[in-house]
Design a protein around this ligand. Structure first.
Ligand code: 99T
Length: 203
């Protein structure tokens, strides 16, 4: 299998952590693919018309994207432990959606600062995206700590990758303020080998 990959992408990191945690890392070849919305990379567009990473090329089926689909597929292939059966499944899917939403908001702020010409940047837009992230962190702190402390799930992996991305690109905004339990959880989660081995490079 081939994974279109960048060490900067938190969505790719979700897949990499899942590969580590499910023992499938050796089955995947990493294809370096650092792109932004303005880049044209024909080989990737052929695999994922949206031009986004991660995309997972399989030997015996269509290329999979996005990160949620790839992670669910990898988990099922490994025996299905990261999305529990029964009611717990909806908690995991909701937590994953919450953390993916944090990532989407954080990536919009990143692109606003990196891609939009300075004279047409819109700080209120970035602040509104950050407000979503702050509310999500507050919800994690007040409602999700018992789930985060339970056995490993795709929700936990996604939250870990989202908080790691906030540190990587938006450290100055200080997500830890008002979230001491979440900060402690992340310090512990970040020490897992799967997280250590997928740390993004220095910003
Ligand atoms: O938007 C583009 O054209 C290229 N962007 C990407 O490929 C980003 C890289 S993160 N990936 C996604 O937006 C994937 C989102 C999708 N919903 C998923 O897979 O879950 C780059 C981060 C950075 O450089 O700071």
């Amino acid at each position: 299998m081939k994974l279109y990959h960048s060490p900067n992408s938190p969505y790719v990191r979700k897949v990499m952590v899942t590969l580590h945690e499910t023992g499938q890392l050796d089955e995947v070849e990493l294809i370096p693919s650092s792109l932004g919305p303005f880049d044209t990379d024909a080989p990737l567009h052929d695999k994922n018309p949206l031009g986004k990473i991660p995309a997972l090329e399989r030997p015996d089926g269509p290329t999979l994207f996005d990160s949620r689909v790839i992670c669910a597929w990898l988990d099922e292939r490994a025996g299905g432990k990261l999305y529990p059966a029964g009611d717990g499944r909806w908690d995991v899917l909701t937590l994953e959606a919450l953390a993916d939403g944090m990532l989407d908001a954080a990536l919009l702020i990143t692109y606003e600062g990196r891609l939009r010409p300075e004279e047409i940047r819109f700080p209120d837009w970035c602040d509104a995206q950050w407000a979503k992230i702050s509310r999500a962190c507050a919800a994690l702190e007040s409602r999700w700590m018992s789930h985060l402390s339970g056995s490993l799930s795709m929700g936990q992996i996604t939250v870990g990758c989202a908080l790691g991305y906030l540190d990587f690109r938006h450290d100055a905004r200080g997500w830890r303020g008002g979230c001491p339990a979440l900060a402690d959880w992340f310090a512990d989660f970040e020490s897992r080998a799967s997280m250590q081995e997928t740390r993004p490079p220095a910003a």
